[in-house]
Design a protein around this ligand. Structure first.
Ligand code: PEP
Ligand code: MN
Length: 332
C-alpha cells in the first residue's frame, strides 16, 4: 500500500482479496502496510489490485514462504522489546546463563552482563536436554527469578517455551519467547507461537535448510504473529572441533530473502568458550542484527553448558569489540 493509504483503503483491498476466495493478511511496517494474499488456488492477476485506491504495487510472490519473504514486505521488520529495537541499525546483545539455577546466580550474572552492555537477559527455565538425567531447569520458579531480575535491572527477558503444556506460563513472563533448535519443526508449537502476542525467537533447526527455517517462521506469521526473530545457532556437520558449525552465510541469505531480523548464537554453535569471541566478531562483521551469548559467573559449576559459557570479563571485552566492528560494517 502507499505510505499514505487510509484504513478504509486497506479494508477495501482486504474485501477484494476475500471476494476472490483468498485470505488477506495485512502486515504492518514502519511506514507502510503490505497485504499478503494467501490460500489462492492458482495465480492471482495483479491487475485486479493495481487500480484500487491506496495500492502502490501488486507483486506475485514466487517463494513458498509468503509472509516471511522480502517480496511481500521489502522493508526490514523492526521488533521493539523494552527500550531496544531489534532489526534496526543497531547490534542487539542478549546474554545470560544457559539455565537459571538460583536467584543469586541469575542476579549476579545479570548485573555483570548489563554493566558490560547487554540489552536483554537470557536464561532457560524449561531446558531441552539430551539426557533425561541432566538438569531440566527450575520451571516456573526459574521464570519468577527472571522476572525479579527484570524488575531489578530493567533488562527484558528471553526464555524458551519447550512444549504446548508450558507455553502459556512462559508467555506470561517472557518478553521474547524462544523456540529451540529441536523444536523448529514442532508444528503445533509454531502454531501456538503464531497466536502469541509476544515476539518469538525461532532458532534454526540443527539440520534445517534455510528454506525449511523460513517455512517454520511462515507458520508463526500465518497465524498472525508478525514478530519473529530468526536465530542462527550452528548446524550439524562432520567436524569434531566444535559442537556445531556456525553458518555465517545464513546472515546475508536470510537478509536477502526475508525482512525478519536475524541474530546469531555463537555459544551453541561453538560449544567451547574460546571460539565464542571470534565467531561473535565475524557475526557482527557480517551485519547480523544481534548476538545471543551464554555467560556464567562460575562456568565450572554451571548446571548446563559451562564449557561454552563466557566469564563476565570476557563478555565485557566481546561487547566492546563487536560494537566497534558493527559500526564499521554499518558504514557501507
Ligand atoms: C538455548 O539457547 O538454551 C538452547 C537450548 O539452544 P538450542 O535450542 O539452539 O540448542
Ligand atoms: Mn545452552
Amino acid at each position: 500500500m502507499d505510505k499514505t493509504a487510509t484504513n478504509e483503503q486497506i479494508a477495501q483491498v482486504v474485501t477484494v482479496i476475500e471476494g476472490l476466495g483468498c485470505t488477506a493478511r495485512p502486515i504492518p511496517g514502519g511506514d507502510r502496510v503490505s497485504i499478503g494474499v494467501l490460500n489462492n488456488k492458482g495465480p492471482v492477476d495483479a491487475a485486479i489490485f493495481l487500480g484500487l485506491p491506496g495500492v502502490n504495487d501488486a507483486v506475485p510472490v514466487t517463494k513458498p514462504y509468503k509472509l516471511v519473504s522480502r517480496e511481500t514486505k521489502p522493508e526490514d521488520t523492526l521488533i521493539t522489546v523494552g527500550d531496544c529495537t531489534i532489526g534496526s541499525g543497531q547490534l542487539t546483545l542478549i546474554a545470560g546463563p544457559c539455565a537459571i539455577e538460583s536467584e543469586d546466580q541469575a542476579m549476579a550474572i545479570a548485573e555483570k552482563v548489563k554493566a558490560a552492555g547487554a540489552h536483554l537477559f537470557r536464561g532457560g527455565a524449561f531446558k531441552p536436554r539430551t539426557s533425561p538425567y541432566s538438569f531440566q531447569g527450575l520451571g516456573e520458579e526459574g521464570l519468577k527469578i527472571m522476572a525479579k531480575v527484570r524488575a531489578q535491572t530493567g533488562m527484558p527477558m528471553v526464555t524458551e517455551a519447550m512444549d504446548l503444556v508450558t507455553f502459556d506460563v512462559v508467555e506470561q513472563y517472557a518478553d521474547v519467547v524462544q523456540i529451540g533448535t529441536r523444536n523448529m519443526q514442532n508444528f503445533s508449537l509454531l502454531k501456538r507461537a503464531g497466536e502469541s502476542h509476544r515476539p518469538i525467537m525461532l532458532k534454526r533447526g540443527m539440520a534445517a535448510t534455510i528454506e525449511e527455517w523460513l517455512m517454520a517462521a511462515e507458520y508463526i506469521m500465518a497465524r498472525g504473529n508478525h514478530q519473529v526473530i530468526l536465530c542462527e545457532r550452528g548446524v550439524r556437520t562432520f567436524v569434531h572441533h566444535s559442537r556445531n558449525t556456525l553458518d555465517l552465510s545464513a546472515i546475508p541469505v536470510v537478509q536477502k530473502e526475508s525482512h525478519l531480523p536475524i541474530i546469531v548464537d555463537p555459544s551453541h554453535a561453538a560449544g567451547l568458550r574460546d571460539q565464542v569471541l571470534p565467531l561473535s566478531r565475524a557475526a557482527a562483521a557480517a551485519f547480523a542484527h544481534g548476538l545471543m551469548v551464554e555467560v556464567h559467573n562460575k562456568p565450572d559449576e554451571a548446571l548446563s553448558d559451562g564449557a561454552q559459557s563466557l566469564y563476565p570479563d570476557q563478555f565485557k571485552s566481546l561487547c566492546r569489540q563487536v560494537q566497534a566492528i558493527f559500526e564499521i560494517s554499518d558504514e557501507e
